[in-house]
Design a protein around this ligand. Structure first.
Ligand SMILES: *[C@@H]1O[C@H](CO)[C@@H](O)[C@H](O)[C@H]1NC(C)=O
Ligand SMILES: *[C@@H]1O[C@H](CO)[C@@H](O)[C@H](O)[C@H]1NC(C)=O
Ligand SMILES: *[C@@H]1O[C@H](CO)[C@@H](O)[C@H](O)[C@H]1NC(C)=O
Ligand SMILES: *[C@@H]1O[C@H](CO)[C@@H](O)[C@H](O)[C@H]1NC(C)=O
Ligand SMILES: *[C@@H]1O[C@H](CO)[C@@H](O)[C@H](O)[C@H]1NC(C)=O
Length: 548
């Protein structure tokens, strides 16, 4: 008890001491301040120092606390605002078109002052872009009596194996499984004031129910098809709206994408929505982009959710060079789009994440339907590595001969086996001194001896003439016939997968993978060019401040 009182008293005294010490400190501070600010005043009396320097002195004293410049100079200074002229409506529209590639901006612009409808003014009026319902920036909506639709983009499909003939396919999400609501497509053509209206032909589910999330109410990925009627087979619709009843005034209107370059190129790579806000993978991304380019990727199509500023810097650099294309992306419906929060959501809700990924994958396929012979869906830690040949083109020349010899038909896809290049396999062996340490792939040349099982975790070169819907690893549905995939032999190519660890589902096998590793230096073939390209880019982008 006595000890308690003792401590209580002691604490009380301590508080007092601190209190008075604080008061004393404040007083001293005040006196110093007064004394200092007095001095220039005194100086003014005795000498003829102009007011400017006095002000300067006074302000200098405050500089320690604030960063306000000298007061007098503030009176005339002009803040650096953008004095560019106000943008004309046309300029703004051009910007809108770039930001919303799915909006039929020019078609609407040409027709906005005409009355366009079906038969009479109360039926199927052409909607103004100001009447559309947008959802999370890039999506347009349709609410029906049984389910809501968020539509991402629409494409013209006249592929020779498509049995339904010329059609428009609309990629979007519907919060229904096995949707039964009847809907219509209102097609708008150049030079016509009346829409052509057809019943929606099918809602193609881009998912297997056994994968989960098979519930009413959750937004699910679909490819919606509407056939263009025979009377209009000669023309490509400029835009399309999805409505429930024929005469409805649409709340969505999508530009119909149809790019058919004169010359088809060989390889495009598609990368799902980047979600690397905190993880600065910029340097590894440079190595990956440059390597894919050396292998023969003509262009890499990135979708972007959230990325670290350094990654943006890298992407902008390559976009300016025409090597990549970046399309911003959001999650539709009530899903989170706030940076950070979205990342947590995608980490915790893996099935939602997987379902959302099917939108960028299939958008990338349909945007490039007529532009490329092969489309690969890769993550930025994966490389399809030819073993004997140097490029993907040379590889496919060999593979096609083998595939056709086995069965005389072009396949929907050509798949490569997955093999792990795990981060820690290297560290027992140290670094390779003749190569920069920041070149992750050049440094990590130990891989597990065994591949993951055939057809598991594989990646493909997809044939856009055959694929109807794509999934990460395989086509989900194909045109003309059932999906076929040719397994590329591991002596010809494999998928180098650079990871810290195997996928979670492989935990047990992973231990065995680790215990049996081999050195695989195939990538060193590109060493000289790769080091030079990566280092030049990193230097140009300011990643080596100490070397300048
Ligand atoms: C307008 O045309 C539609 C479609 O032909 C028809 O169903 C509707 O009754 C018409 N409305 C009027 C007011 O004429
Ligand atoms: C609404 O659609 C679901 C299928 O997505 C169906 O099971 C249900 O019967 C429909 N409800 C009505 C009232 O039609
Ligand atoms: C393979 O099929 C094509 C037509 O599809 C035919 O022209 C060619 O002769 C066939 N080749 C062999 C070896 O059967
Ligand atoms: C690796 O392959 C060998 C031979 O094919 C096999 O005996 C062994 O079980 C495999 N190991 C793993 C981890 O799959
Ligand atoms: C990368 O990000 C860090 C942290 O924001 C920054 O300090 C650094 O300057 C960035 N690097 C480049 C090349 O911009």
């Amino acid at each position: 008890m006595a000890a308690f009182i003792g401590i209580g008293v002691l604490r009380h005294m301590l508080y007092r001491l601190v209190f008075w010490a604080a008061i004393l400190l404040c007083l001293t501070q005040l006196l110093i301040t007064l004394w200092r600010s007095d001095r220039p005043m005194a100086a003014m009396k005795s000498t003829n120092v102009n007011t400017r320097t006095i002000l300067q002195n006074m302000m200098d004293f405050h500089v320690a606390r604030t960063t306000t410049p000298p007061y007098e100079s503030l009176l005339t200074v002009e803040p650096w605002v953008d004095k560019g002229l106000a943008q004309s409506e046309q300029l703004i529209m051009d910007q809108v078109q770039r930001r919303l590639p799915n909006l039929p901006v020019s078609y609407w612009n040409e027709n906005k002052n005409k009355l366009m409808y079906y038969k009479n003014e109360s039926c199927a009026r052409f909607p103004s872009i100001y009447e559309l319902e947008f959802n999370n920036v890039y999506w347009q909506s349709l609410h029906t009596t049984n389910g809501s639709f968020h539509l991402f983009s629409a494409y013209y499909d006249v592929r020779k194996y498509s049995r339904i003939g010329p059609a428009v396919r609309i990629l979007g999400m519907i919060n229904r499984i096995e949707p039964v609501v009847r809907t219509h497509c209102q097609f708008w053509f150049d030079g016509y004031r009346q829409p052509v209206i057809v019943k929606t032909m099918e809602y193609k589910y881009i998912w297997y129910k056994k994968w989960g999330n098979y519930k009413q109410g959750i937004f699910q990925p679909y490819l919606i098809a509407c056939q263009v009627p025979k009377s209009h087979h000669h023309a490509v619709p400029a835009s399309v709206s999805l409505v429930e009843n024929v005469c409805d005034r649409a709340t969505n209107n999508l530009r119909v994408v149809y790019d058919r370059p004169v010359v088809k190129k060989d390889f495009a790579v598609c990368v799902k929505g980047l979600d690397f806000l905190y993880e600065d993978l910029s340097v590894r991304l440079v190595e990956w982009i440059e390597l894919l380019h050396l292998l023969g990727a003509d262009k890499i199509f990135f979708y972007q959710l959230q990325v670290h500023p350094n990654i943006s810097k890298v992407l902008e650099h390559y976009e300016a060079k025409g090597m990549v294309h970046v399309q911003p992306l959001t999650l539709p419906g009530g899903q989170p789009n706030v940076p950070g929060f979205q990342h947590l959501y995608l980490t915790k809700k893996v099935n939602h994440k997987r379902q959302n990924e099917l939108i960028p994958y299939n958008d990338c396929l349909y945007r490039n339907l007529y532009s490329y012979n092969y489309i690969a869906l890769l993550d930025i830690d994966e490389v399809i590595m030819p073993i004997k040949s140097r490029t993907w083109k040379e590889l496919m020349d060999v593979v096609l001969v083998k595939a056709l010899a086995k069965r005389n038909e072009t396949r929907a896809s050509y798949n490569v086996r997955n093999v792990y290049f795990l981060d820690d396999l290297i560290h027992e062996h140290g670094w390779f001194k003749t190569m920069p340490r920041y070149m992750h792939m050049l440094q990590h040349v130990y891989r597990s001896q065994n591949y993951t099982k055939p057809n598991q975790y594989v990646k493909c070169f997809h044939n856009p003439e055959r694929a109807l819907t794509l999934h990460n690893h395989f086509p989900l549905a194909c045109l003309g016939q059932a999906c076929t995939s040719y397994p590329i032999e591991t002596e010809d190519a494999h998928l180098q997968h650079y990871r810290a660890d195997c996928v979670k589902t492989l935990k047990k096998t992973c231990t065995e993978f680790r215990q049996n590793s081999v050195m695989d230096t195939t990538i060193w073939r590109y060493k000289r060019q790769l080091i030079s390209k990566v280092s030049n880019t990193l230097s140009l982008l300011g990643f080596f401040p100490t070397l300048i």
